[in-house]
Design a protein around this ligand. Structure first.
Ligand code: RFL
Ligand code: PHB
Length: 389
């Protein structure tokens, strides 16, 4: 088997890259470990930056997002039982779009299938070979048979637990990591959202977030200790705890119902450098993880894809390798900005186990400054809605 670009991983990064390359006449094969339905069952991100929205449109997969996604011009931050709004439009003239990762992925799968581009699901034993040479290839098992896929380049879009990053020699790879001492318990429920825009709440009992997917589908999160499991949290216990952490008026008006998904995600920051080794590119969660507080994970995957697509299309159109040489540098510069913002928001809004009264007063002071300062709100809005690619 031969293709121009072998893509490992059929999550949003791999699928979006595949679509952009396909539209540019560049042949790709996507190798995905799981079934399509498994990938679509994973409930993850909900907020798209303007740059991600533009890239999805450019890839030709923006129609349903434009029809049913919600444009949000601001966000609420709550503390000490009161909340204030940061108006993105007023601060920097930009907005974000609320449209779930599941829907983005579904649109990408449908468009790829309609285009007749190849995606192999259920592959195992994926191994990368000769990535530092002229003619790399990938071996894998599919339907019980061993295969070899020859290619010009390999895009490692296989998430945090994938094999691609591990193919970079240990003496070249540098990994930076910060583990936060808590997780997020997330619940999806078929109820109207508690608020017209997202509410990020810093409360004495820990962080809470009220988000949404559509007019009758809400997504909520609460900070929980790392030792908690989903079984520890009945629906009733979750709603009760969430109510105590949100501003009283919101909590009183909030409609609750059975959870249709419930999961716990630990929070971490992780960055691996470089993002290119020879003819292997690392993209999205395979290269970096951010805590979900800044809603940056999926958006960073999109900006990596943007840089990689530019680099590969320039190579195939003009035999120009300059953008390939700078891919890692350009992608990482933006990654670190989002890592910093996600870390700042996480520190601002969560209760840490060792938190002292001093730390708490600093959080309150920071939030009060954000509430009163136009300059601080502008900086927040600039980061939250996404820095330019
Ligand atoms: P993905 O989505 O993990 O996709 C990687 C794909 O690669 C496949 N794979 C392999 N395929 C072949 N061979 C192998 N050896 C393979 N190993 C893995 C996997 O099956 C998968 O289909 O990475 P990608 O495409 O880079 O996309 C990144 C986003 O998914 C991610 O950044 C966000 O979802 C992060 N994230 C969140 N981001 C937000 O912005 N807001 C959120 O609320 C939010 N919640 C979350 C999240 C990530 C979570 N994870 C990783 C567990 C909640 C969770 C639980
Ligand atoms: C979500 O809707 O899942 C969501 C929204 C904003 C975040 C994290 C998750 O910061």
């Amino acid at each position: 088997m031969r293709t121009q670009v072998a893509i490992i991983g059929g999550g949003p990064a791999g699928l979006l890259l595949g679509q952009l390359l396909h539209n540019a006449g560049i042949d790709t094969v996507i190798l995905e470990k799981h079934s399509r339905s498994h990938v679509l069952r994973r409930i993850r991100a909900g907020v798209l930056e303007q740059g991600t929205v533009d890239l999805l449109r450019e890839a030709g997969v923006g129609a349903r997002m434009d029809r049913v996604g919600f444009t949000h011009n601001g966000v609420y931050l709550a503390f000490k039982n009161s909340s204030f709004r940061i108006d993105f439009k007023e601060a920097i003239g930009r907005s974000v779009t609320v449209y779930g990762q599941t829907e983005v992925t579904r649109d990408l799968y449908d468009t790829r299938a309609a285009a007749g581009a190849q995606t192999l699901h259920g592959v195992s034993d994926v191994e990368l070979h000769d990535v530092e040479r002229e003619a790399p290839y990938v071996t894998f098992t599919h339907d019980g048979q061993g295969h070899r896929l020859d290619c010009d380049y390999i895009a490692g879009c296989d998430g945090f637990h994938g094999v691609s990053r591990k193919s970079i020699p240990a003496n070249i790879l540098i990994e930076y990591e910060k583990i936060y001492p808590f997780g997020w318990l997330g619940v999806l429920s078929e109820t109207p959202p508690a608020s017209d825009e997202l509410i990020y709440a810093n409360s004495d009992r820990g962080f809470a977030l009220a988000s949404m997917r559509n007019a009758n589908l809400s997504r909520y999160y609460i900070q929980v200790p790392l030792s908690d499991t989903v079984e520890d949290w009945s629906d009733a216990a979750f709603w009760d705890e969430l109510r105590r952490r949100l501003p009283v008026a919101t909590a009183e008006a909030m409609q609750t119902g059975p959870s249709i998904e419930k999961s716990i995600a630990p929070l971490r920051s992780f960055i691996s450098e470089p993002m290119r080794y020879g003819r292997l590119f690392i993209c999205g969660d395979a290269a970096h993880i951010v805590p979900p507080t800044g809603a940056k994970g999926l958006n960073l995957a999109a900006s990596d894809v943007h840089y990689l697509y530019q680099a590969l299309s320039r190579f195939y159109r003009h035999q120009d390798v300059a953008a390939i040489a700078t891919y890692s540098h350009r992608a990482l510069r933006r990654v670190w900005h989002s890592v910093r913002f996600s870390w700042t928001m996480t520190n601002l809004l969560h209760r840490f186990p060792e938190q002292t009264m001093f730390d708490q007063r600093l959080q309150e002071s920071e939030l009060a400054f954000l509430k009163s300062s136009k300059a601080a709100q502008t900086a927040f809005a600039e980061n939250y809605t996404g820095l330019p690619f």
